[in-house]
Design a binder for this molecule. Sequence first.
Ligand SMILES: Nc1ncnc2c1ncn2[C@@H]1O[C@H](COP(=O)(O)OP(=O)(O)OP(=O)(O)O)[C@@H](O)[C@H]1O
Length: 578
Amino acid sequence: MYQYWLRFFGLLRKHLFGGFVLLIMLIIGNLGALASPYFLKVIIDKVFGEGDFQLLIQIVFSLLGLYVLRVGANFYADYLYTKISNKITQELTEKLFSHMLKLPMFYFKVNSVGSLVYKINNEVSQVRRAFTGSIISMINSIITIVGLTVLMVLLNLELFIIICLLYPLLILITKYFTPSIKTIIENTRKEESDFLAFLTERFSNVKFIKLFYSHEYEGFLMKNRINRIIDLNLKSTILTSGSNNLSVLLLAFIPLVVLVYGGKQVLESIITVGTLIAFLQYANKLHEPFRNIVSLYVDLVKTSVSIKRIYDVLDEPIDLESASDELIEMGEICEIKFEDVSFAFNDKQVLNKINVIFEAGKKYALVGKSGSGKSTLIDLLCKLIKEDSGSILVNNIRLNEIKTKHWIEKLAVCSQDYFILNGTLYDNLHYGNSSVNKSEIDAILDQMGLSSDDSDTFSSKTLGETGSTISGGQRQKIAIARALLRNPEILIIDEATSELDSLSEQKVFEYINNQPTIRLVIIISHRLSSIQFADEIILLDEGKASEVNSIKEHISMKGGFYKLFKNQLVNSEVARDM
Ligand SMILES: Nc1ncnc2c1ncn2[C@@H]1O[C@H](COP(=O)(O)OP(=O)(O)OP(=O)(O)O)[C@@H](O)[C@H]1O
């Protein structure tokens, strides 16, 4: 755990000067507060004992000066730690967000959106709260304890040793409770993050819930989750409050012991009344920082859990990036070759030593039963996941050696789960295409039939979250238009025309056919109408590219493709022409 804290404090490096000034301000603020009992001793023993009024006036002015200094120091310390903590949490959030976006696609397949949001939002907030709260209070408490120790040793060593004998018990109590508290906090975090994931999933699929009329069932699931969180919170309170209150009991005992032992010393004239009163005041003051440390310790354990969860994400390797930083110049794409490529999700072998060649100038269709691995093959091609064995070669260069940025610039993918921003139509088309101008956008809108779909209102209104205010077909047209605006060399359409009417689909494919910059088109579809434009059709079956033929060859072979599309072939023009 300590290594995580060390790494976290490494973020302070940039703020060393500010941190140093902050420490000085905290020292001034805290030590200033410790002066009063000492002045009280002088007032009792010297001013009243010896009748020195002049000294009283001097003490009053000194106390006044000290208060002004403390107020100034506290004010500046508040400003500084707010500034530093915000900077550090901003850096941490940025680092976490950009690292998460670079993680392999697999990471997002096994981690829910809610849990990722929770890490960026709640875990980082816990760290910020700790910084502005517990860490500063901890420093304040430590400074106060050091100051009090020095003053008490100076006043009376014997009484101080008595106090020292009792405080280790406090540490034992804290140590006893810590492991259980830590486990409960970790479980609570996991439960809270799952709760957020649950909410995100429900609100993203509210239509589904309504259509299944499953409100009551969802309410039941929600109740169970809340109950589990309440249960954990109660257990956590029992442990933290138990530990805190036992410590408080022990702390209350200490001044009583000092009073008995110190009182005896006063009666025997070993120490003055002023010394005993000042010492008692210091001993009482020791409660506060120690009690703080005990309760802050729990808060710091919470923060430790957050820091660990943050660094666990930051330590996830970004293994898809090219090993070399040098840009490998590969020119225009001529050929993409899959050589014995295999890929498995955990134990499930999805692609097994697959061999396929995609040549520039051709259009390919990728077909196969649901779950046969078509999208997985495309994910490999887009470097979203990495093959377990074999290699993907682009113009005979290994895809892994090509820098991701350079490769992605050549691709445009319209996938089943296209991304529609909650912005205007133009915002959506500009996404990733910042250099395109209005006339290019208008031209593509025209081609996609989007300008006639809805007049000006369509282009100026916001499309709603995930495009909820427009139709499925319109969403697909936008996704295709956005992909085409990238002027890609490779265009991949993964079930992205399924919601278009047949006329619109035909127009889209005609437009794609006439784009000179597109060198390779790969279409994934279960619809014959979408794949009939392809020059070659690759059938994926049992993890292999079992048949690669033109549509007519496939039909005459009456193999796997024929069986898959038999029903659709009955009334199709392609089959009739044969
Ligand atoms: N995150 C994952 N974890 C485990 N298995 C997965 C994961 N994603 C996909 N799979 C499995 O990999 C296999 C291939 O999935 P893929 O999405 O590539 O199929 P597909 O041919 O595109 O299917 P469809 O035509 O239904 O879209 C499926 O059996 C699927 O269950």
